[in-house]
Design a protein around this ligand. Structure first.
Ligand code: ADP
Ligand code: MG
Length: 249
């Protein structure tokens, strides 16, 4: 039994079957990659896991509890954090202030607007945020305006913001999309480090096969809304069905 169990999930958008009978089991403390061509339903599936979309049928169970019918905020409180395709950080705030927000939100169970003004008086939260910046190797950037960071650093900050909530499952949707090779390699190293040092399960949607094969313990290939195959990276590499559907061979 995986920490995340998706069973027979279907999702339609009008006449389009975006997901058809999707089954997925993510084992605890592994990195599970979900790959597939554009439009295969990868982001739709991820949105069904975090409460942004509700499947038409099927079940999504995290750590023994159904996530269906819960709000994204409630699902986050259950221990799932998600990194978006484009970095979702507060560009008007400093790096340190950004890092404090998810910690406060998790602690208080809500995002209070007055929190920003009073944030610096929250000693525990400040300490946790500082320590996460050290873990992310960003302590020297603590007072930097978040808007002025490089794309790679914004991504690093966003991943740190997710980790600051101490999630049990980290979901990433194409975290290296649009990145230069050097930033991609830094992101791979960061995710490897997170995998090795933390008690965490990672599910990653990724286009870049170099990223996938650097990180994944297990891979599910989605094609036209349904799982084509799930296997270990070595077997995926040599699977002719995958090469045909995904690599276009
Ligand atoms: P992927 O992330 O694998 O590229 P998506 O999950 O974004 O694929 O999309 C799967 C299919 O569902 C695509 O054909 C896409 O156009 C369609 N789709 C996604 N979201 C919506 C939506 N909100 N409304 C209508 N169609 C959508
Ligand atoms: Mg997508």
């Amino acid at each position: 039994m995986g920490i995340l169990e998706v069973k027979n999930v279907n999702k339609r958008f009008g006449g389009l079957q975006a997901l058809g009978d999707v089954n997925l089991s993510v084992a605890e403390n592994t990195c599970h990659a979900i790959i597939g061509p554009n439009g295969a339903g990868k982001s739709t599936l991820l949105n069904c896991l975090v409460g942004k979309l509700i499947p038409d049928t099927g079940s999504v169970v995290f750590d023994g509890n159904s996530v269906l019918g819960r709000t994204p905020f409630e699902i986050n409180q259950m221990g799932i954090s998600r990194v978006f395709q484009t970095p979702e950080i507060f560009t008007d705030l400093s790096v340190l202030e950004n890092m404090m927000i998810p910690i406060l939100a998790k602690r208080d169970g809500s995002f209070r607007m007055h929190a920003i003004e009073n944030m610096m008086s929250e000693k525990d939260v400040l300490d946790q945020a500082e320590s996460m910046l050290v873990d992310m190797n960003m302590a020297d950037k603590r007072n930097m305006h978040a808007a002025s960071m490089s794309r790679g650093d914004k991504r690093r900050l966003e991943i740190g913001m997710c980790l600051s909530q101490q999630p049990r499952l980290l979901l990433l949707d194409e975290p290296t999309a649009g990145m230069a090779r050097a930033d991609t390699n830094n992101t791979i190293d960061l995710l490897k480090q997170i995998k090795d040092e933390r008690d965490i399960t990672i599910a990653i949607i990724e286009h870049d096969m170099h990223v996938v094969f650097s990180l994944a313990d297990r891979i599910t290939v989605l094609a036209q809304g349904s799982p084509l195959v799930e296997d270990d990276p070595e077997n995926i590499k040599g699977n002719p069905k995958v090469r045909e559907a995904y690599l276009g061979e």
